[in-house]
Design a protein around this ligand. Structure first.
Ligand code: AMP
Ligand code: ZN
Length: 438
């Protein structure tokens, strides 16, 4: 590998060969499974299934262990899956589900240290260094994008600006006053910040030092990323994480921007068919299942994330052999079934983002009209787009045709002026399902 030592935050882990990765994974898996016997939940699971830690002799033996699901976390709310006593834990994060109990994730000090190391590794990989100014626009609190990035960015040695969510004009003032070079934002908010910059007469290339954007937490298309890069004059890197796996720092794009390296010293990756739960070959879409390898408070074995993605085959030119995950297609629960066709919101976004007349904000509404289920796609126009009514109508038709080619149903398309559609402070709400359930 013709890389310098300084290209890596953790050269030992980042430059491992595949056999070295697998050897370390087996050691860590065996230690994790043994440690899980301190968890009342896993102890019972193993007993009920007639397995014991000594059955895990190879990495393939992982498949003897049953999956852990979000429902398991809810059923054992709040602390029933923990493998460490509560007096060794120093923080918890909780994600609010829309139904039932929230899920709770506990951390010891060592867990938090490793989490910061993982996030620092990601940020270092895309060129963040001491001397950079890192501004985080995530909410600080239960959402892990706040504290997770905060400690990771500090570990890199950057000057951090914990701006937190909202108040866009203040965010922009921080950019210019503090010389922010790196920003973490969810994609919908990155677009929003640019719109406010335009309104305020701020040119990101002329008036700021922004060069790197970290975007994640919600599905977005490559088209959306390119658009954001173009608007802000930055390189934007996709960042994947989830509270159950700590938070951010699970998988991250390298400078090649072609798939997110998942850190295999921390996680074992499986991609399974969501119906049969059998593994699918590299390159095929399936549900991501993760096993933590380095967690004290709350290790999780074969956790079904519900996120759909694939492992990209082949080696990454950056030299890291840690597997690469493709951009998330969405969650299996986000899939829309309309007129018998399976549709992911991201497919719609990909089509919309190809039209330069359109802005970044859109809303898909599903409703039942005269006992037929219909889809309406409302999308904001870019800028203060003024054009004749006739041309707008023609554009709506063209978009509807292209959407049909992609999703095989013809939605109604409505172009609306910029700023019309709701903007949420957290993750964007892209789908409103008002269908009558018969
Ligand atoms: P939370 O636990 O609230 O942080 O939410 C985690 C979920 O956010 C994941 O399971 C994914 O569904 C979604 N998510 C996180 N990062 C990304 C990303 N880069 N692309 C798409 N979805 C993401
Ligand atoms: Zn790479």
């Amino acid at each position: 590998m013709n890389k310098k030592y300084s290209d890596f935050f953790n050269p030992e882990m980042e430059t491992m060969t595949r056999p070295q990765i697998e050897k370390l994974q087996l050691e860590r898996l065996q230690a994790t499974v043994a440690h899980c016997m301190n968890s009342p939940f896993y102890k019972k699971r193993f007993e009920d299934n007639g397995i014991s830690p000594s059955d895990i002799k190879t990495l393939d033996d992982l498949r003897k262990i049953p999956f852990t699901t979000k429902q398991d976390l809810r059923d054992t709310y709040p602390f029933g899956i923990a493998s460490a006593p509560l007096d060794r834990c120093v923080r918890l994060h909780s994600s609010s589900g829309t139904t039932g109990n929230p899920t709770v994730i506990l951390h010891t000090q060592k867990d938090l240290d490793e989490w910061a190391n993982a996030v620092a590794r990601c940020l270092w990989m895309v060129g963040c260094r001491p001397g950079d100014v890192f501004q985080n626009t995530s909410g600080y609190g239960m959402f892990t994008g706040g504290l997770g990035f905060q400690y990771g960015a500090e570990r890199v040695g950057m000057l951090t600006v914990p701006a937190a969510a909202g108040n866009t004009k203040r965010q922009l003032k921080f950019f210019t006053d503090f010389g922010t070079t790196v920003v973490h934002a969810i994609p919908s908010y990155a677009t929003r910040m640019f719109e406010v910059m335009e309104e305020e007469g701020i040119d990101p290339r002329r008036d700021t030092r922004l060069k790197t954007l970290v975007i994640g937490a919600e599905p977005h298309s490559d088209e959306q990323r390119r658009r954001i890069e173009q608007m802000l004059g930055v390189k934007a890197y996709n960042s994947f994480g989830m509270s159950e796996m700590c938070g951010p720092g699970v998988a991250f794009e390298c400078r090649e921007q072609n798939g997110m390296h998942i850190w295999e010293d921390y996680y074992i990756v499986e991609i399974v068919d969501p119906e049969t739960l059998e593994p699918v070959p590299d390159g095929e879409l399936g549900e991501l299942v993760l096993t933590t390898l380095d967690r004290e408070a709350m290790p999780l074995l074969r956790y079904r994330t519900r996120d759909l993605t694939r492992v990209l085959p082949g080696k990454c030119p950056c030299g890291r052999e840690h597997k690469r995950l493709d951009r998330m297609q969405g969650r299996s629960d986000d899939m829309i079934i309309l007129k018998g066709v399976n549709i992911f919101p991201i497919q719609i976004e990909q089509v919309l983002m190809k039209f330069k007349e359109l802005g970044g904000n859109y809303l898909i509404t599903l409703e039942t009209l005269e006992s037929n289920d219909e889809m309406t796609v409302e999308v904001e126009l870019d800028q203060l787009f003024t054009d004749s009514f006739g041309r707008l109508q023609a554009l709506e038709k063209k978009i509807a045709r292209e959407l049909h080619d992609e999703i095989l149903v013809t939605p109604k398309v409505r172009l609306v002026p910029r700023g019309t559609l709701p903007v949420s402070e957290g993750k964007a709400v892209r789908v409103k399902d008002l269908r009558k359930k018969f």
